[in-house]
Design a protein around this ligand. Structure first.
Ligand code: SF4
Ligand code: SF4
Length: 86
């Protein structure tokens, strides 16, 4: 039996702060961000994150965090996932 540890980046978005301006979407080099079909309580389509974008996995560059005028990108963090094999 063995364990495989995968390490990935994760972007945490505060949906309620997001105004759907798409600045972060256009700035992301990996295209990991997109607008949800759903809206928040203010009626804005908010941003959703996916681990694998059109150009690959999130690199944790934090550009999205830097460019958001609403401080809606709360955190860009490294997460570890462990798979058990045999
Ligand atoms: S950290 Fe970088 S690669 Fe990841 S979603 Fe934000 S801009 Fe895109
Ligand atoms: S830059 Fe901020 S407010 Fe604009 S779409 Fe992205 S997360 Fe939402």
């Amino acid at each position: 039996m063995y364990q495989v540890v995968h390490s990935k980046w994760e972007v945490i978005v505060n949906r309620e702060r997001c105004k759907g301006c798409e600045i972060c979407i256009n700035a992301c080099p990996q295209e990991n961000l997109s607008l949800s079909k759903n809206v928040n309580s203010q009626g804005y389509h908010y941003v959703e994150f996916s681990e694998v974008g059109k150009k690959g996995e999130c690199t944790g560059c934090k550009i999205c965090w830097w460019v958001c005028p609403e401080y809606a990108i709360l955190e860009v963090r490294r997460i570890e996932k462990t798979d058990n094999g045999s």
